[in-house]
Ligand binder design. Structure first.
Ligand code: URA
Length: 237
C-alpha cells in the first residue's frame, strides 16, 4: 500500500467511519485504541501531534484532494479560538472561496442576523465548516469528502474544546452526529459529542442551514426556536 493510501485509511479509522451509518445519533467515538503513529509526512507532524490551529491549518493545506484543483483558497475558521461556542456549516461557497473566510456570503449575512437576534456576535464565536475547500459549483459534499475531512474537524474540536456546538444543516449533522437521520428529527433536542481522543464532551444542537432558510423561509419559525434553545443554554451557564 502506498503512503497516501495508508494515510487515507488511517484518516478513515480516526474518523470513526465504522459507525457512520448508525440509525441513532452519535455516541460512536469509542475508539480508544492508540493508533499506530506512522509518519504521515516526513516534513510535518502527525495529526495526533498537532496542538494548535495554526499547525492544523498547515496540515489541512498539505492534504491532497481533488477539491484543491477547483477551489481558490482554503477556508478553515473565523472568530474566537477561545469561544465556548463552535458553529459548523457545510463548505465554503463562492465568496468564502474568494476571501478565505467562512460564512461571508448571503448565508453568512443571514447567520449574523440570526446570531444578533440572540445577542451573539460572530467575532465571539468559533465558526468553521465540515469541508475546507469549495466544492465545484457549490455542490453538496459527498460522503467520501465528509469522511476525508472529518479527522481535521474532530481535531479542531479537540483544540478549541467548545462547550457547545451548533450544527447548521445536514452535512454538519451527518459528520458530527454520525447519523443519516433527517434534520427534522435531529433538531429541537440537545445531543452529545464525545471526543475521540480526549476525555471531553460538548453539547450539540442542530438547526437548518441559513442557505436553506434563504430558499425556504417557512422554516424560519423552527430555526428561531432552535436559536432560543441555544440562547437558553448559553444563559444557564
Ligand atoms: N455555507 C456554508 O456552509 N459555509 C460557508 O462558509 C458558507 C456557506
Amino acid at each position: 500500500m502506498n503512503q497516501s493510501n495508508k494515510e487515507y485509511i488511517r484518516l478513515l479509522i480516526e474518523s470513526g467511519v465504522h459507525t457512520l451509518l448508525k440509525e441513532t445519533p452519535n455516541n460512536h467515538h469509542k475508539l480508544n485504541e492508540k493508533l499506530e503513529d506512522t509518519n504521515l509526512d516526513d516534513n510535518s507532524k502527525t495529526l495526533h501531534e498537532i496542538s494548535n490551529i495554526k499547525e492544523l491549518i498547515f496540515k489541512i493545506s498539505c492534504h491532497e484532494t481533488p477539491l484543491k484543483k477547483t477551489a481558490n483558497r482554503i477556508v478553515v475558521f473565523d472568530g474566537d479560538i477561545n469561544s465556548k461556542l463552535m458553529i459548523i456549516g457545510e463548505a465554503p461557497g463562492k465568496e468564502e472561496d474568494e476571501k478565505g473566510k467562512p460564512f461571508v456570503g448571503r448565508a453568512g449575512q443571514l447567520l449574523v442576523k440570526m446570531l444578533g437576534a440572540i445577542n451573539l456576535k460572530r467575532e465571539n464565536i468559533y465558526i468553521t465548516n465540515v469541508i475546507p475547500w469549495r466544492p465545484p459549483n457549490n455542490r453538496t459534499p459527498t460522503e467520501t469528502e465528509i469522511l476525508e475531512f472529518l479527522p481535521y474537524l474532530q481535531k479542531q474540536i479537540d483544540i478549541i474544546k467548545p462547550s457547545y456546538i451548533f450544527l447548521l444543516g445536514t452535512t454538519a449533522a451527518k459528520a458530527i452526529l454520525a447519523t443519516p437521520l433527517s434534520l427534522g428529527k435531529l433538531r429541537g433536542q440537545w445531543h452529545k459529542y464525545n471526543s475521540l481522543n480526549l476525555n471531553f464532551t460538548a453539547d450539540v444542537l442542530v438547526s437548518y442551514h441559513p442557505a436553506f432558510l434563504l430558499r425556504s423561509p417557512n422554516y424560519k419559525k423552527e430555526a428561531w426556536a432552535d436559536l432560543q434553545m441555544l440562547q437558553e443554554k448559553l444563559n444557564e451557564n
